[in-house]
Design a binder for this molecule. Structure first.
Ligand SMILES: Cc1ncc(C[n+]2csc(CCOP(=O)(O)OP(=O)(O)O)c2C)c(N)n1
Length: 647
């Protein structure tokens, strides 16, 4: 990557020696670096383009080798990474072994928390401030939070606490009118007013006038006057909400005007107590196609750049993903049942629900980045007699754990959870894997926990879920859909689908790794090893009869799941076997280990975890060799020792 200033930047401290013109040039170079990388591989883009000037101004105004900076969510951290000595590795971002697409303390001391979930920045910044104060450390603490994340309940918990503690905390509201999709809800309407009135232009002039007269390291009286005036303006024009919450409101200001940003940050540095600086930015700023279509360019597919500034997206495979299959099934259910409603927590695009939204706007609810609320809201809808589907990524549903318990499972209400991204997700890495839902869903009485074995299972499972009288969850991964050719058995509560019994051993697959298992079984059968295959479909209630039969009659049983082994499907099998008084030493579990899985391509992750074709095959051969009791070899159905087939 070409760059004059950026490539020489080894520390953000160097920024302070740069002229305004150089900083403007640097902003251009940062955008160029972003374009270069994002044109090559899918990565977060428009949000990063929007915070280029803010990132520069922050690193000029503060010293984050001491001061504290938390970027909410963390997907807009790229300029920060480039400014903190990571330019040379930047080309590797989101690749296996390369930089992470989110903050990562293992990469740099300038990244304080590994994050990827929205909404916690104000809490952690406040905690950092409280911790620093406790230890006598004089450090500034700053959270940058988007208007999309702002409505998350936890943000208001932090505001409430910050005002009560009266800590010196700076919250920068990065207001670009967007989450991934346009923002929604009452707060969105409130923030919209700031843009539509004359007030923004008028106030900008007003603030500049005042700023020009208030020395930055200034006279206490003048500053007090300034603060009083700011307070009055906030009450008159806007910012009232934040003022009422106990924050001093400053802004709104133009987030692409470096001078204004620097002046206001210097000012905020001197203010006492919690301060909210309201910054207007444009998502995709400085790259025309992203400015025109910030939704697509939130995290676009790779593209080629043309001379005239336009772009040509590189064509992908175009195969439907499980998300497509599920959203099509949801649409069909909505067509036939007027009680079915769909809830998303600001992920209409990710969950491919655009058609649902456009066809049934009255039954489509985007509640914003508020997963806990979404679940409690669904509980209310179900109680009223509707059939709500909560369509959320597995990892983000973690936010709702207590509401799944109290507002849904405890009441035995018929809410359907569609858990997208159940399993490893590839380049987003540890914060985004759907690793834990098998475990956290199965602990609740009343909850029915399911996963399709392939794309053919998706619609029947949804059909089953919507006719069941209690809560049901259905999880599926972030990958292209696959089919396992068979005579599809109808879906019945707690019933597995036996594809084949097999005499030499059995694989019990929970979820869509079934397709890989089917290939393994076929190849081994060609080599004379008769391994059976069961599509579990249900984790809860578990098909104990079928599973115990497999365990009782097979030399080995291997359970396979794309979720953590801690308390997951394999654990449920072991519990059932143990409860039945059967031996468990010939039951082997494959799944996600008890560690965080680094970013890489999904295929690479599955391979490293031994959950790809080769890994599963090797595990089956090993189990076959080990035999029913340790040390004793088994013979295949054909009578030959299994080792003879192993390659
Ligand atoms: C808890 C949680 N839910 C959903 C998401 C998915 N997500 C990632 S970025 C984003 C939009 C964030 O909007 P905003 O906070 O305004 O930041 P911007 O991208 O506009 O800078 C969403 C919904 C997430 N990261 N975390």
């Amino acid at each position: 990557m070409q760059s004059e200033l950026l490539s020489k930047l080894s520390s953000p401290r160097q920024l302070r020696g740069m002229t305004h013109e150089q900083l403007v040039q640097l902003a251009g170079e940062l955008r160029e670096a972003l374009c270069e990388v994002v044109s090559r591989r899918p990565a977060h883009f428009a949000s990063n383009l929007g915070v280029v000037e803010l990132a520069i101004a922050l690193h000029v105004a503060f010293d984050f080798s001491r001061d504290r900076l938390i970027w909410d969510t963390g997907h807009q951290i790229y300029p920060h990474k480039l400014l903190t000595g990571r330019f040379n590795e930047f080309i590797s971002i989101r690749e296996k072994g390369g930089l992470m697409g989110y903050p990562n303390p293992a990469e740099s001391d300038y990244d304080l928390f590994m994050t990827g979930h929205a909404g916690a920045s104000v809490s952690t910044s406040l905690g950092l401030k409280a911790g620093d104060d406790l230890l006598g450390e004089d450090r500034h603490s700053i959270a940058v939070i988007g208007d999309g994340a702002l409505p998350s309940g936890v943000v208001f918990e932090a505001f409430n606490n910050a005002a009560g503690l009266d800590k010196d905390l700076l919250v920068i509201l990065n207001d670009n009118k967007m989450g991934i999709c346009p923002r929604v809800g009452g707060l969105a309407q409130y923030l919209d007013k700031f843009r539509t009135s004359d007030f923004y232009g008028g106030l900008k002039k007003d603030v500049s006038w005042v700023l020009n007269r208030v020395p930055l390291v200034g006279d206490a009286m003048e500053r007090a006057l300034f603060n009083a005036k700011e307070g009055v303006k906030a009450s008159l024009h806007g910012g009232m909400l934040f003022e009422e919450l106990g924050f001093r409101y400053v802004g709104p200001i133009d987030g692409h005007d470096l001078k204004s940003l620097r002046e206001h940050l210097e000012l905020c540095k001197t203010l006492k107590g919690p301060v909210l600086l309201h910054v207007f930015t444009e998502k995709g700023h400085g790259f025309q196609p992203a400015e025109n279509d910030p939704v697509t360019y939130h995290a676009p597919a790779p593209f080629d750049r043309c001379e005239d500034g336009s772009v040509t997206p590189r064509k992908g495979g175009g195969k439907p993903a499980y998300t497509d299959i599920m959203s099509a099934a949801i649409l069909r259910q909505m067509e036939s049942n007027p009680k079915v409603a769909v809830l998303t927590a600001a992920m209409c695009e990710g969950n491919k629900l655009q058609k649902v939204r456009d066809t049934f706007p009255d039954r489509f609810f985007d509640v914003g980045i508020c997963e806990g609320h979404a679940v409690a809201f669904a509980g209310g809808m179900a109680k009223a007699g509707a059939r709500p589907i909560v369509d959320i990524y597995s990892t983000f549903l973690q936010r709702s754990f207590d509401h799944i318990f109290q507002e849904v499972a405890l009441q035995n209400l018929p809410v359907v959870f569609c858990l997208d991204r159940g399993g490893v997700v590839g380049a987003d890495g540890p914060t985004h894997h759907g690793a834990y839902d098998n475990t956290y869903m199965r602990v609740f009485p009343n909850m029915v926990v399911t996963a399709p074995g392939d794309e053919l299972d998706v619609a029947p499972l949804l059909d089953f879920a919507l006719s069941h009288s209690g809560p049901v969850s259905i999880r599926y991964p972030k990958t292209n859909a696959e089919r396992v050719p068979r005579d599809l058995a109808p879906v019945e509560l707690g019933k597995a689908e036996v594809l084949d019994w097999g005499r030499d051993g059995v694989i019990v697959a929970y979820g869509t790794l079934l397709a890989t298992c089917a290939k393994v079984v076929e190849s081994l059968r060609n080599e004379g090893l008769d391994v059976g295959l069961i599509n579990a479909r249900f984790l809860k209630p578990l098909d104990t009869r079928t599973i115990l039969k497999a365990v009782g009659q097979s030399p080995f049983v291997i359970t396979i799941e794309e979720g953590t082994l801690e308390g997951g499907f394999g654990s449920a099998v072991l519990e059932a076997v143990n409860a039945a008084g059967l031996r468990t030493d010939h039951v082997r579990r494959l799944g996600l280990p008890d560690r965080y899985i680094e970013h890489a391509e999904r295929g690479e992750q599955l391979r490293d975890l031994g959950l790809d074709y080769e890994g599963i095959r090797a595990a089956v051969l090993e189990a076959a060799q080990r035999g029913p009791t340790s040390g004793s070899a088994i013979r295949t159905a054909a009578g030959t020792p299994v080792g003879a087939q192993a390659r």
